[in-house]
Design a protein around this ligand. Structure first.
Ligand code: DP6
Length: 319
């Protein structure tokens, strides 16, 4: 008789974005990415041994093709032949641009390895999770995490308590799945956008700046670098053929609200992933004002307060 295993992961929010895959294949990123693993929101996954692989997320059975590469990498890395049945639950909207695939594949790697009785290293779990989603390689670790361009595994740079008063206000502008997944969106950008190669080049140049900002806890420098990263990424995305626009009116309203806050001396710097949600970097002392201004914008926006969180944690049960 096997026993189920339970693993929890926080989503990985990129400050310098991964967008585009290396031509070497194997789901390797074409750009370096630097991220913070979020506390305050999470994915919880229960995995058990089974006859064949299956994954459900919030009760919805997932297309097996989406996780086939992940399970192959899992078996190969751990040297096992087992198959798994996994159920995941997100405490936040799924597939809406809140990095649910990062926490999803990270928690899946942790839960399956434990269910198989394997004591895998975080670095191996990161490589396994990457085969599911490259951003998931980062979510295995807590705090501040780097995934180099072409990297098979992420590496932790700083623990969550490196910057205890950093806050991330997530502005949910729409619940529900985004129309184009990150995977499809980055391929459309590569195939159709004349700005794709400029994006790859520029994004590599942003990394040292962001690492320095993180090292010295310079929020203004980190915020401005994060703004440049998402702006360049979405510029390249808009250049796809046909153009791809993830933003909604609420998204644009939050961008302007952040600019107004900075003008009024409140440190608030936004970043946006492949969806309409906006994540705002600020300090704990300013978080109540940032939340209240964003809540007051209308557009049905809801805010969730997050902070630098832990890496994978295993529980006896999450019920
Ligand atoms: C915009 O990791 O979801 O969130 O590797 O194809 O599964 P796949 O893509 P995914 O892409 C994340 C893109 C992003 C930026 C980031 O997290 O770095």
């Amino acid at each position: 008789m096997s026993a189920p295993a339970f693993c929890r992961a926080g989503p990985s929010l990129a400050l310098v974005k991964y967008w585009g895959k290396s031509i070497k294949g194997d789901n390797l990123p074409a750009t370096p990415s630097l991220a913070v693993t979020l506390g305050g929101v999470h994915t919880e996954t229960r995995a058990d041994l089974a006859e064949q692989d299956s994954v459900s997320v919030d009760g919805a059975v997932q297309d097996p093709a989406r996780s086939a590469g992940f399970f192959s990498a899992l078996r190969e890395t751990l040297g096992i032949t087992a198959h798994f049945c996994a159920e995941s639950r997100n405490s936040f909207p799924t597939s809406a641009g809140l990095a649910s695939s990062s926490s999803g594949f990270a928690a899946l790697a942790g839960a399956c390895a434990r269910a198989a009785g394997c004591d895998a290293s975080p670095s191996d779990l990161s490589a396994i999770a990457r085969a599911g989603s490259a951003s998931a390689a980062r979510a295995v670790f807590g705090g501040f995490v780097l995934l180099p361009a072409g990297g098979r595994r992420a590496r932790p740079l700083h623990d969550p308590d490196h910057w205890p008063d950093l806050r991330i206000v997530v502005a949910v502008t729409r619940r529900g799945e985004k129309p184009v997944s990150s995977r499809a969106g980055m391929e459309e950008t590569r195939a159709g956008s004349p700005y794709y190669f400029s994006w790859i080049k520029e994004s590599a140049e942003l990394l040292p700046e962001a690492m320095r900002a993180l090292e010295t806890r310079d929020l203004e420098l980190l915020g401005e670098t994060a703004r440049r990263s998402y702006s360049l990424m979405h510029g390249a995305i808009l250049g796809a053929r046909p153009p791809l626009l993830y933003w909604l009116p609420g998204t644009v309203a939050v961008i302007h609200a952040c600019a107004e806050m900075r003008g009024a001396g409140i440190g608030a710097w936004e970043t946006i992933d492949a969806g309409p949600q906006v994540k705002v970097l600020c300090l704990a002392k300013d978080a109540p004002e940032v939340c209240s201004r964003i809540d007051g914008l209308g557009f049905g926006i809801e805010t969730i307060l997050c902070w630098p969180g832990p890496g994978l944690t295993w529980g006896p049960d999450f019920e």
